[in-house]
Write a protein that binds this ligand. Structure first.
Ligand SMILES: Cc1cc2nc3c(=O)[nH]c(=O)nc-3n(C[C@H](O)[C@H](O)[C@H](O)COP(=O)(O)OP(=O)(O)OC[C@H]3O[C@@H](n4cnc5c(N)ncnc54)[C@H](O)[C@@H]3O)c2cc1C
Length: 464
């Protein structure tokens, strides 16, 4: 019989997941102690092998690859993202509630410095400070959240990741296409089990992001780590001519604007704004939703700007699975549209579906091939009413937002992982086991996930 105990390869630190959380943990560990034995296990491919087969021509919609090239692999869900690093405690996660506001901001700035040194230099840092737009928003019952945002762009973000990999691969053992199947606690620390073998370490950092949510749930259950349900954000991605938002995006790049609806008192907010960008499919556990990004290279710019409009929902009693609620809404859109659905705003308010001809006749060219349809058959009334109200509110600060040809893609869902019980060190009840990034339910952005990685690396360095 195989003696698994003797065949276990030993490390000082094992990191599960090579997204921003995992990468920045490794970076900080290596920077402070090059003698540490570190391994990173990753379900997906190395960066250069990550290719989504959707080409808009032969492959038009998601074919459910495993692993998913968009969500899994070196760089995590952030690899083909717009690379917007928001330096703020106002959104992107609640890291500051664990480690304090100042430390959270300092760490986000530190991550920004590393990105700049690794290929991001020259990318613009936008800020909402002293913005006239803030005034304009308040006059129209809209609230602009404070942030600084470094926009790397999808192309530059890729370069930065490539450089970080080149640096890390000198000191870290990478195991790609190696999902961790099981995580166990033993007298020497932690053992991770994979199809390729078992590996042991004194410290373990789990940073499995959104795509690892189901696995994370199992681990918490098996190791007796408490969890609690998180909120979910449901809405649409809006696409319109870039000129309509140019006065905001030129100054701020990304503006996070919140609106309280008059009808229900619900909050609707803008999210992930992509000037001159493209709308894309996103696949979460086989469910196709919509997202967006843009390139910093002007040659790759489109004539459109896109952003999400989202409403948060959290269920408690007797039903508490907020994610399942949103999953079912997204499944409904997949059922009716075969994937993502698109509708002209003018068609939505006239109570009719969009058709390929109506989309073709518009003055706006969609950047994503989606099925023309009727979002009112998919999105619950309360949420859709809120989105429509906000579109009219935005029309006051960016006239043209409520034009008939404005496109709404649905559904956009921001799933949040359940919140894993961790302490102020981001450590679980098992000493030496840290859960960080989006997988912890604490962060939901590149900057917060990366900052959480640096934070735990420093805690481990203090102990070694
Ligand atoms: C299209 C898109 C655009 C986005 N744009 C932005 C943006 O502009 N700005 C922003 O702030 N945020 C953006 N986000 C969100 C951002 O990418 C995430 O918040 C961030 O990547 C979270 O980092 P993470 O390290 O926690 O997790 P992830 O990046 O999700 O990485 C987790 C990694 O763990 C791996 N993994 C999962 N389970 C296992 C397992 N069992 N064993 C081994 N490996 C495993 C996964 O394959 C994955 O590579 C975007 C997301 C998407 C999908």
């Amino acid at each position: 019989m195989e003696n698994t105990v003797n065949t276990k390869k030993k490390y000082d630190v094992i990191i599960v997941g090579a997204g921003p959380g995992g990468i920045f943990s490794a970076y900080e560990l290596v920077k402070n102690n090059k003698n540490l034995k570190i391994a990173i296990f990753e379900s997906g491919h190395p960066l250069e092998k990550r290719r989504c087969p959707i080409d808009g021509d032969k492959v038009k919609s998601c074919v459910h690859c495993k692993p998913c090239a968009i969500m899994d692999g070196f760089g995590g869900a952030g690899a083909f993202s717009d690379g917007k690093y928001n330096i703020t405690n106002q959104f992107g996660g609640s890291l500051h509630e664990y480690i304090g506001k100042k430390e959270a901001i300092d760490l986000m700035r530190y991550v920004d410095e590393i990105n700049m040194k690794n290929g991001g230099e020259g990318c613009k840092l936008y800020s909402t400070a002293d913005s006239e737009i803030k005034q304009l928003c308040i006059k129209n019952k809209l609230h602009l959240l404070d942030a600084m945002v470094r926009h790397l762009g999808t192309d530059r973000n890729y370069v930065v990741l490539g450089n970080l990999y080149d640096y890390l691969s000198k000191y870290v053992d990478f195991y790609f296409l190696t999902p961790v199947l099981k995580l166990e606690k033993d007298e020497n620390g932690f053992t991770v089990k994979t199809e390729k073998g078992e590996y042991q370490s004194k410290y373990c950092i789990v940073s499995v992001g959104r795509s690892g949510s189901k696995w994370m749930e199992t681990v918490c259950h098996e190791l007796g780590i408490a969890t609690k349900s998180n909120r979910v954000d449901i809405g649409v991605r809006v696409e319109l001519p870039a000129e309509i938002f140019a006065h905001l995006t030129d100054k701020l790049y990304e503006s996070k604007i919140v609106y309280r609806t008059e009808k229900y008192g619900d909050y609707v907010r803008t999210f992930c704004m992509n000037p001159n960008g493209v709308v894309v499919n996103e696949n979460t556990n086989g469910i196709v939703t919509v997202n967006g990004h843009s390139y910093s290279d002007e040659k790759l710019h489109t004539e459109n700007t896109n952003f999400a409009l989202l409403v948060s929902k959290q269920f408690t009693e007797p039903f508490n699975d907020s994610n399942a609620y949103a999953e079912n809404i997204a499944k409904l859109s997949n059922m009716l549209g075969g994937g993502v659905m698109v509708q002209r705003f003018g068609d939505l308010i006239r109570g009719r579906r969009s058709t390929p001809q109506r989309i073709k006749d518009s003055f706006l060219t969609p950047t994503l091939t989606a099925t023309p349809g009727d979002l009112s058959l998919v999105i619950p009334k309360r949420i859709l009413d809120g989105i429509i109200e906000m579109i009219y509110a935005l029309d006051k600060i960016a006239p043209g937002t409520a034009n008939d040809d404005t496109l709404l893609y649905g559904v956009e869902v921001k799933f949040y992982n359940m919140q894993v019980e961790i302490d102020d060190n981001l450590e679980t009840c098992h000493k030496g086991l840290y859960v960080i990034g989006d997988g912890s339910g604490v962060t939901h952005s590149l900057s917060h996930a990366s900052a959480s990685g640096v934070f735990v690396a420093r805690r481990i360095i203090e102990k070694t």
